[in-house]
Design a protein around this ligand. Structure first.
Ligand code: V47
Ligand code: SF4
Length: 372
């Protein structure tokens, strides 16, 4: 039974049974989750999510020391929410780093100051599978212990298809070169009607899930994201999480779930207002409640902001990503909270201790490096 101070007698009859099941650690259905998300008071969702968070991760809050590299913002796709892709419109504003520039960036950090490099970017028609296999090998030759988390399923789908290899073969080539895991981007919203409206030309939901399943089979763990707060409704949100819960039952290969709040600056969906903090708290809380087979729920602080990340630590979140260098442009260009996303270890641990939680530096697969 879950350790919680919720007084079941005081709960509205509409959700009494569902809450009882959650307290008794029974899995809730999609319909039950939709009912909770649409109707339950924030305080109830928060108490349940926090109890589950404490049960799974105690009072610990994880972070890691990482840098982001975005090889290019040139992209063949045209996602309506993207503030960053530059192929079709303003190509003169595009950037393309050379392999040497990316290696130089990594050389600026010694083995102790970062444990992970996160590589994601636009889908450049000329940067293919062999190019990236070569990049990964070169990174490993200068920093053998560095964990390389690279390429969203969207990038992987494009590079495998272009090289005319199966997902399995492409992923195996990258793994043999030294790639360790996959980030969770490109998932957006799996429901096909919404996906067709916001990002119809990139990989399908089925392909996204297949790539992650294949990676897990090859021993490469991954994360999963969800872009929320635009034209989707509660049914689409829970359907998205349900497809992830089913895959996680099958493979167990996901490390963390990361809800990403839609930001409306400089993109084709700018007319849509951003959702408020109450909405954010509900989304994170319901994901902690619904995804019973995910160990970690991550709030990506550059996007959601430092203050909201602190609040989210009481709404199911146990991970706030990394110290991160200021090369992450996909969010700052979309109007994210943090325009200069960099925190020292001292800043990140202070941010966590201020909330009464215990900061834990982790590696990319959640082994503890240091407890503060
Ligand atoms: O898939 C793009 C999102 C994602 C906007 O695995 C936007 O640790 C909000 O993969 N408003 C890529 N979001 C990010 C990603 C990621 C981020 C943090 C941690 C991890 C991890 C992975 O960025 C895209 C898309 O959903 N995005 N534009 C926008 N306007
Ligand atoms: Fe390209 Fe990614 Fe932007 Fe979509 S979100 S246009 S795939 S960079």
């Amino acid at each position: 039974m879950l350790n919680t101070n919720i007084d079941i007698k005081s709960i509205d009859n509409t959700y009494k049974k569902i809450v009882n099941n959650i307290i008794n650690k029974k899995r809730i259905s999609e319909n039950e989750a939709i009912l909770l998300l649409d109707n339950a008071p924030l305080s109830l969702l928060g108490s349940l999510a926090n109890s589950i968070r404490q049960e799974k991760n105690k009072n610990y809050t994880y972070f890691n020391k990482n840098i982001h590299i975005e090889p290019t913002n040139i992209c063949v796709f045209d996602c309506k929410f993207c503030s960053y892709s530059r192929l079709l419109k303003k190509r003169n504003e595009g950037w393309e780093y050379s392999t040497e520039q990316m290696l130089n960036k990594i050389k600026n950090y010694d083995e102790d100051s970062i444990t992970e490099v996160h590589i994601v970017g636009g889908v450049h028609p000329k940067m293919g599978l062999n190019y990236f296999v070569d990049l990964i090998k070169k990174i490993k030759s200068i920093r053998p212990k560095l964990h390389i988390k690279a390429f969203t399923a969207v990038e992987l789908d494009y590079m495998c298809k272009k090289a005319k290899v199966s997902y399995k073969k492409g992923l195996r080539m990258l793994k043999n070169a030294g790639q360790n895991s996959l980030p969770g981007g490109g998932a957006e919203i799996f429901a096909e009607d919404i996906r067709n409206k916001i990002c119809k030309d990139k990989c399908t939901s089925e392909e996204w899930l297949k790539i992650h399943e294949t990676a897990h089979e090859l021993g490469m763990p991954s994360n999963a994201t969800m872009l929320y707060g635009h034209i989707e409704n509660s049914e689409h949100i829970i359907d998205h999480m349900n497809r992830l819960r089913e895959l996680q039952d099958k493979t167990g290969g996901f490390n963390a779930f990361i809800p990403l709040k839609f930001r409306n600056k400089n993109n084709q969906m700018s007319k849509i207002s951003e959702v408020n903090l109450i909405n954010d708290l509900k989304i994170y809380a319901i994901s902690r409640i619904f995804l019973d087979n995910f160990k970690h729920i991550k709030a990506y602080w550059p996007m959601i902001g430092k203050k909201a990340s602190q609040t989210l630590l009481s709404f199911g979140v146990d991970d706030i990503d990394g110290t991160i260098d200021d090369t992450t442009k996909i969010y700052s260009m979309a109007g994210a909270e943090e325009q200069n996303p960099i925190m020292s270890t001292e800043e990140i641990t202070t941010l966590i201790t201020q909330t009464g939680k215990i900061p834990v530096e982790r590696d990319s697969i959640y082994n503890v490096i240091k407890t503060y």
